[in-house]
Design a protein around this ligand. Structure first.
Ligand SMILES: [Zn+2]
Length: 296
């Protein structure tokens, strides 16, 4: 059994899983203070009590860059900047007396979708989550890309789309995320309005072109067999996914075989499925330092 904790943008999701099966779950709102950790631990213990089950390990997903050498966060999204000072392995050991794995949330979602979700069995895949920002992750030949310091594959939202575009909070210019995400919307306009009504056709077309350009660059970079499009706005159905796919097909390098596009039917399970998979992978890996020797 795996205890999975996903520190998401608006809520912290806690789930007890048995492989890809979710035994129980609960969510709590994010406050953006260190008390979030205390609340997550309390609700996790309550979930264990409620289900009467015991977990073997803890999986933690965070919205930020995780150094694969230390599993410490090198950079967290603003709401979670307090996590940068915290050793989450030590926290999990103190709170639950269990070993743990820590992973970037988009990478965990990609691992979840390729292990038991909408792209199960795929070994070359890219995941793009559209929402408040643009989250991405990439897998090549079955290995999720992490790179030297954990940044590989997850900065797709910060590919430059327009060299004359606005400065992004990240410091770069004209990032896809600065041009087409919730934070790029005019005041009093929601993503749902843009994609489910005809009130903002120019904005809709611009966002779709930016997302198409981002996904095209990711396909050029990683040559995936499948692109997983996720995020709440994908619930608008083909209004979002079909134009992105058309843009990619139209602008792809001539000899590249266009990837297959999927939209996960259960996106709320992507991250917990990935954490569960990571725990099982880590338990069988002898080189990982996250699990104390006596636990292996
Ligand atoms: Zn940026």
């Amino acid at each position: 059994m795996e205890l999975c904790i996903d520190f998401g943008g608006t809520e912290i999701k806690i789930a007890l899983t048995d492989g890809s099966h979710v035994v129980g779950s609960r969510s709590i709102p994010v406050e953006g203070t260190p008390t979030d950790l205390d609340k997550a631990a309390a609700h996790a213990r309550a979930l264990l009590d409620q289900t009467g089950r015991a977990a073997d390990a803890v999986g933690i997903a965070v919205p930020g860059v995780v150094d694969p050498r230390s599993d410490r966060m090198l950079h967290a999204n603003a709401k979670y900047d307090f996590l940068e000072d915290i050793d989450l392995h030590a926290w999990a050991h103190t709170e639950f007396d269990l070993p743990s794995v820590v992973e970037n949330d988009a990478r965990a979602a990609l691992i979840g979708e390729t292990s038991s979700g909408s792209a199960a069995g795929e070994r070359d895949a890219v995941l793009v989550t559209l929402g408040t920002g643009i989250g991405t992750a990439a897998m090549i030949d079955g290995s999720p890309l992490r790179g030297r310091t954990g940044h590989a594959g997850i900065l797709g939202g910060h590919l430059t789309v327009d060299i004359d575009g606005p400065t992004c909070p990240c410091g770069n210019i004209g990032c896809g995320e600065a041009l087409a995400s919730t934070r790029a919307l005019p005041e009093h306009v929601s993503m749902t309005q843009v994609f489910t009504t005809d009130a903002h056709p120019d904005l809709r077309d611009r966002f779709l072109h930016v997302w198409g350009a981002v996904v095209t660059s990711l396909v050029h970079s990683y040559d995936p067999a499948v692109v997983i499009l996720s995020g709440g706005i994908l619930r608008a159905g083909d209004a979002v996914s079909a134009p992105i796919e058309d843009f990619v097909r139209e602008h792809l390098w001539p000899s590249l075989t266009p990837p297959h596009f999927v939209v996960p039917p259960e996106p709320e399970l992507s991250v917990v499925r990935g954490l569960s998979t990571l725990i099982h992978t880590t338990h069988t890996a002898t080189t990982h330092t996250a699990i104390p020797q006596e636990e292996q």
